[in-house]
Design a protein around this ligand. Structure first.
Ligand code: GKR
Ligand code: MG
Length: 421
């Protein structure tokens, strides 16, 4: 298809306001970073991708972007070869400490992903079909998402309280859940833990169960607990959780725990690339893998991951980080075309208070996003918003997500370590 030759690729780092959400490694900074990828073709089509905005990742994105002009947007194998050539042996590392170990293979898939999504967006636009058709067709018309709760302060120090207020105890967590469910209609609830000692977080889970008897619940302390502590939490939350997410680090630790835990263990930290699957599945370490196309190598490889999970009797859910509407659209197409998705997907969308880089972001009705049937991803770039958010990126002076450094700047005594409890 002659018109689908890539003529230009633009990578734009952006920043948008983020509330003080607490987690096992600190607190979200006042600005969250993303990078927006535009892939342009000769006949004026623009394909979109969205990914992390951290400096080293951005550098690799730019190296890859420089190699893509001239490529046919249908040639995803060529795209991967060019991305691999562009980044060579470089490894972007994992500065966040929340999405598992890094490796060169994972770095390549993370760099490839937004370009793959943008090329699928282009392919869909060119043939007049939605991206989910390119992934094998949709198996559902709506994709369910979960209410993603965080312990949080009322405001960043020195700022006015945000609309969500403070959530530092069970009552605050329940109130946050109530607001989120009233606004968005979510039917599953996830609490980000690893902030307070485990019994305090179990109290919050019990309070959520009392307040929402029919909503499936999840707790995710991002590896803040030892195997022994995790086993204690698993016993105390028996019957309360649909899954316990990343209670403890490593495949071996999760396998030891899984043998005793009454509920499935889920992960976006110990199984984060294809090379981890054989050991983890053979050891029975995890019952649910959280797919995330941003680092599993895009939408097509994520559907393959789901098929492998199914072969091993492992469930599939979806992980998220702070993100905007291009990612939400990509997650929705992936969710639509992944029969194995057996849980509501995570999303940080409610925390972004309506900020977006797309003109009409997809929205939630009764906790789900209706799958778009328009060509491509079904979202268009809002160029004024992109320019504004890029200025915010420059003005913020933030070039890396670093929840720990921000927390330490506010509380010099703060320490973080895996298996803190
Ligand atoms: O936004 O603080 C956060 C989350 O903790 C995020 O960074 C994690 O990667 O949502 C993620 C998770 O499920 O671990
Ligand atoms: Mg997680």
């Amino acid at each position: 298809m002659s018109g689908l030759e890539v003529t230009k690729v633009v990578v734009t780092p952006i920043a948008f306001p983020d509330p003080p959400l607490l987690n096992a490694v600190g607190v979200h900074q006042p600005w969250a970073l993303r990078a927006i990828v535009e892939v342009h073709t000769g006949d004026g089509l623009v394909g979109l991708g969205e990914t992390y905005g951290d400096r080293r990742h951005l550098d690799l994105l730019r190296r890859a972007a420089a190699q893509i002009a001239g490529l046919d947007a249908f040639d995803l194998a060529g795209l991967r070869r060019r991305a691999a050539h562009a980044i060579g042996a470089l490894d972007a590392g994992d500065q966040h400490g929340l999405t598992g170990a890094s490796s060169q293979a994972k770095t390549l898939l993370r760099v490839f992903s937004p370009f793959e999504v943008a090329c699928l967006d282009l392919q869909g636009q060119a043939i007049g079909r939605p991206v989910h058709d390119l992934l094998g067709g949709k198996v559902r018309d709506t994709v369910p998402f979960s209410a993603y709760l965080f312990y949080k302060w009322a405001a960043h120090p020195g700022a006015e309280p945000d609309e969500w207020g403070e959530a530092l105890d069970p009552a605050g967590v329940v109130e946050q859940a109530r607001m989120m469910i009233t606004r968005y209609g979510f039917r599953s609830i996830k609490l980000k833990g690893g902030v307070f000692e485990p019994d305090t977080e179990i109290e919050a889970i019990r309070a959520l169960r009392d307040a929402f008897p029919d909503h499936p619940l999840r707790l995710d302390p991002n590896c803040a607990w030892t195997v022994a502590t995790s086993a204690g939490v698993a016993a105390k939350t028996d019957g309360l959780l649909e899954y316990l997410e990343d209670p403890t680090p490593s495949i071996a630790g999760m396998a030891e725990l899984a043998a005793r835990a009454p509920m499935p263990l889920a992960t976006n930290m110990c199984v984060v690339e294809f090379a981890h699957l054989p050991e983890a599945f053979a050891a029975g370490a995890v019952g649910v893998v959280l797919a995330d196309h941003h680092y599993w190598g895009g939408l097509r490889l994520s559907t393959q991951l789901a098929t492998i999970c199914q072969t091993w009797g492992v469930g599939v859910s979806m992980h998220s980080n702070s993100h905007l509407g291009i990612s939400l659209a990509a997650m929705t197409h992936l969710g639509a075309a992944t029969p194995q998705l057996s849980y509501a997907a995570d999303t940080h969308t409610p925390w972004q208070s309506g900020a977006d880089v797309v003109e009409r972001p997809l929205s939630f009705v009764a906790g789900s996003v209706t799958v778009p049937d328009t060509p491509g991803l079904g979202v268009r770039l809002d160029r004024d918003a992109l320019a504004r958010m890029h200025e915010d990126y420059v003005r913020s002076g933030i070039t890396e997500r670093d929840d720990t450094a921000y927390m330490k700047s506010l509380d010099p005594t703060y320490e973080t370590r895996p298996e803190r409890w």
